[in-house]
Design a protein around this ligand. Structure first.
Ligand code: APR
Ligand code: PHB
Length: 394
């Protein structure tokens, strides 16, 4: 098997791997991206859709925000709904004008794949038997099979951008990695509905029947979620049952409710918090879901991944420009600081808004009191807002 060389081997063509490849390209650094699924699967996969200001700024800085500016929906606030009432939090007002933008993760991925194709740099979908080796040497290698051909690529660095179930984190000796984890005793059933969004901004709802979230993708597509059991059988949820539960959890006393329409897609997402420490082993650097998972309540997953790869590309570019390893050495500690801040926030949003087995009427009253305090305190709303819109990327 002939061995070829590339400066950076990237495992995974999700948002983390693709953005890293593009950032490196802009610094004149070549890379090879290896993905085990098909391009269609990667693009069609329905995921979250909230971009922090930092992610929007990054898409702008790398010249990929043409469609995002046109189709993305900028939101300056969110609503919290409890006890039959919606309360708006003016996030921009509390953060000096920062905002979030609704733009599906799969749209981000489409834009990044198109940019990669334009560069002509390698991107191998449907690769099998992907493995990484010699990670503790200065020439780690990436192996895979593509179109029946075996490839071995010697790299200066390998970026593990292959998600939670990927091969990179699993290639680190367990003695060099500590995992911190919490699984939640519930999941989200998410749907895409062919219905115009009934609100201009997201609605997070805490109700005795469980959590629900109103979101959107386009001016004609509503995205909705409802809390369900972690092992929920999707077939147990007819469209009628989904709508009646969503309406019960989201409607308000003043008559607001989501618009109902044909359900185009439905799926159950488990909820987990996970952090791997450190985010580096030798010349292997973990980024995105490969290193950390947050429950979706704070909408942080994609944004953490983007912050990781921006830092990683800067560190790699500095190494090739000057030989300095200072930024590479700081990569993990800086990333973990941001990750734990997002973990704390996502856990807090999740526990404030969901119902857990074993909760009793005391807990429900306590949750109501927390939400009442939140929407009446400038300090508390500022805290939520600055975490939700996200701190600037370093
Ligand atoms: N070899 C090659 N590719 C792999 C392998 C493997 N052994 N295992 C997984 N992959 C691919 C997956 O198919 C996927 O396309 O790695 C990619 C990882 O992408 P994501 O799971 O989207 O993760 P990431 O790029 O870190 O994106 C951030 O945060 O909260 C989430 O929804 C958010 O998916 C987003 C993520
Ligand atoms: C989404 O639109 O998919 C979405 C929005 C907010 C969240 C999670 C997901 O907290």
């Amino acid at each position: 098997m002939p061995t070829t060389r590339t400066p950076v081997g990237i495992v995974g063509a999700g948002p983390a791997g693709l953005m890293l490849g593009h950032l490196l390209h802009l610094s004149g650094i070549d890379s090879v991206i290896v993905e085990n699924r098909s391009e269609e699967h990667v693009v069609e996969r329905v995921r979250a859709g909230v971009l922090e200001q930092g992610t929007v700024d990054l898409m702008h800085d790398v010249g990929l925000d043409e469609r995002l500016r046109r189709e993305g929906m900028r939101h300056e606030g969110i609503h919290l709904r409890f006890a039959g009432t919606r309360h708006r939090i003016d996030m921009s007002g509390f953060t000096g004008g920062r905002a979030i933008t609704i733009y599906g993760q799969n749209e981000v991925v489409k834009d990044l794949i198109a940019a990669r194709r334009t560069t002509g740099r390698p991107l191998y979908f449907e690769s099998s038997e992907v493995s990484v080796l010699d990670l503790e040497t200065s020439s780690p290698r990436m192996r895979f099979v593509h179109d029946g051909d075996e490839h071995e690529i010697a790299c200066s660095f390998i970026a593990g951008c292959d998600g939670f179930h990927g091969v990179c984190r699993q290639s680190i000796p367990t003695s060099h990695l500590t995992a911190y984890e919490r699984e939640y005793p519930f999941a989200w059933l998410g749907i895409l509905a062919d219905a115009a969004p009934a609100s201009d901004e997201l609605v997070y709802s805490m109700s005795e029947r469980g959590f629900a979230l109103f979101s959107m993708r386009t001016p004609t597509v509503t995205r909705l979620y409802l809390q369900c059991a972690p092992d929920e059988e999707i077939d147990a949820w007819s469209d009628d049952r989904i709508w009646s539960e969503l309406l019960a959890r989201l409607s308000t006393l003043d008559g607001w409710q989501p618009n109902v329409g044909p359900i185009m897609q439905k799926a159950v997402t488990p909820m987990r918090s996970f952090v791997a420490e450190p985010m580096r082993y030798g010349r292997l650097f973990l980024a995105g879901d490969a290193a950390h998972i947050v429950p979706p309540t704070g909408a942080k997953g994609l944004n953490l991944a983007m912050a990781d790869v921006k830092r990683l590309s800067n560190a790699i570019a500095a190494f090739f420009a000057t030989g300095s390893e200072v930024e590479l050495d700081r990569y993990s500690a800086c990333g973990l600081k941001r990750t734990w801040r997002a973990q704390r926030f996502s856990w807090w949003m999740t526990s404030m808004l969901h119902q857990q087995e074993g909760n009793n009427p005391f807990d429900y009253r306590r949750q109501l009191a927390e939400l009442e305090y939140l929407v009446s305190s400038t300090a508390a709303m500022t805290s939520l807002s600055e975490n939700y819109v996200g701190t600037p990327f370093d």
